[in-house]
Design a binder for this molecule. Structure first.
Ligand code: COS
Length: 386
């Protein structure tokens, strides 16, 4: 479903104001306390942020991909930890159910995810399985009408807050590779599921990750996502394709924020008798950042349009994730440079963003995995044309 342009504009305005008036003033506090205030979570729920991309029949706003990236551009303009709070509900924590879930699974979980009553989390990565996602070792072994899950998941976003985990596990051991993997929906209060202490991270304080351990964790066979074994790896890849466009949009929003901050600083700060914005070497950094952020914005919008039109966007999603995450890294680096010594000090916030953006090049698939996906698809297409 698509919103009419006026409604989309209203939603964008509302989110823009929420970001500027409510979230930006709390950036430093969240960076220092590692906690999102409870009243902010309530406001996020009231605004419908937890259900942005969940279909309207399940209580979400049902945004198209193009609409979602418009909102993600706005959400990107502040500390990424705020978006991360509901990011898993609109992306990797709900999309598996939306894309491949049974009607029963959709009816049971999507309304709760859309309202923010529960947090959804995506449990793929393991201590021995990161980029090589098909090498996971967690098992879900059939026992009568149940599955028994054993294994360890690592760096799981929102695990400490989650009410529901989409767990990727091997249902046909000892079979290796992607085809033996299934996805299982596991409520957080299932006996045998343990969430470890929150990880200490370089940045993105306020967003939490942790280990999740499954110790003979028993769920009914109805928990098997889509009701079929062996489709879990493809579900994970489809979820990530979508998530990577969304992350690209968040990177664009944050780059635009940093460019604005750097420009304001350069106009204000005087050296050699004039604002440093008058110096061409500073102008070059501003111009490069502006150009790259604009290119990234166009790329994200076009990829979202293509996805909405039903065109396969595996390559485009990886292009977005790769380019936008690398781009925001360069922009953050230049923003620190333009701020000079002040850029290295905690008071200005730009060093916090510099640490925050580092994650974008790693999670939901490293830059190197995106390059691999892009090149593999190029080669495959060239061979099929021969
Ligand atoms: N959509 C649908 N199906 C897909 C797909 C996609 N985007 N990507 C792969 N598949 C399918 C393939 O077509 C193949 O199906 P068949 O066996 O029927 O031919 C199957 O899935 C296995 O794919 P492939 O052979 O490409 O798997 P690989 O093990 O070679 O690796 C990569 C694929 C590297 C792309 C994958 O492991 C990956 O994305 N890794 C990064 C994981 C990641 O992002 N982790 C972040 C943590 S989660 S927040």
């Amino acid at each position: 479903m698509s919103l009419d342009p006026e409604t989309l504009e209203q939603l964008r305005d509302t989110v823009r104001r929420f970001v500027s008036e409510r979230l930006m003033p709390l950036e430093q506090q969240v960076g220092e306390t590692d906690q999102i205030p409870v009243d902010i979570l309530k406001e996020m729920r009231a605004l419908g942020l937890f259900g942005l991309s969940i279909p309207t029949e399940y209580g979400g706003l049902g945004l198209s991909m193009f609409e979602e990236v418009q909102i993600a551009f706005e959400l990107g303009r502040t500390s990424p930890a705020f978006r991360s709070t509901f990011g898993t509900n609109i992306s990797i924590g709900s999309q598996g159910i939306i894309i491949d879930g049974t009607d029963e699974q959709k009816n049971h979980y999507l309304p709760k995810l859309a309202s923010g009553e529960i947090i959804g989390s995506f449990a793929l990565t393991e201590p021995g399985s990161g980029s090589d996602a098909a090498s996971i070792r967690t098992t879900a072994t059939r026992d009568g009408d149940d599955y028994i899950i054993n294994g360890v998941k690592r760096f799981i976003t929102n695990a400490p807050e989650a009410g529901l985990f989409t767990v990727f596990a091997r249902t046909s051991p000892p079979q290796t590779g992607a085809s033996g993997i299934s996805a299982v929906l596991v409520p957080a209060d299932t006996p045998g599921l343990h969430v470890g202490p929150a990880d200490k991270k370089m940045g993105q304080q306020g967003a939490h990750t942790a280990d999740v351990t499954f110790d003979n964790c028993r769920v009914s066979k109805q928990a098997l996502l889509g009701g079929a074994e062996g489709i879990g790896f493809k579900t994970a890849m489809k979820v990530l394709d979508r998530g990577r466009i969304h992350i690209g949009a968040v990177c664009v929003g944050l780059a635009e924020r940093l460019i604005g901050d750097a420009l304001n600083y350069a106009l204000d700060r005087e050296q050699f008798g004039q604002p440093i914005a008058e110096f061409q070497l500073v102008q070059a950094m501003l111009a490069e950042s502006k150009t790259e952020a604009f290119a990234a914005r166009c790329m994200v919008e076009e990829s979202a349009r293509r996805r909405d039109a039903g065109v396969p966007v595996i390559t485009e999603s990886s292009c977005c994730k790769f380019y936008c995450s690398e781009m925001v890294g360069r922009v953050a680096d230049r923003a620190v440079q333009i701020h000079g010594g002040a850029g290295y000090m905690a008071d200005y916030g730009v060093e916090r963003f510099y640490r925050d953006v580092r994650l974008f090049r790693i999670y939901e698939g490293t830059s190197q995995i995106q390059q691999l996906v892009i090149a593999r698809n190029m080669i495959r297409e060239a061979r099929s044309d021969q």
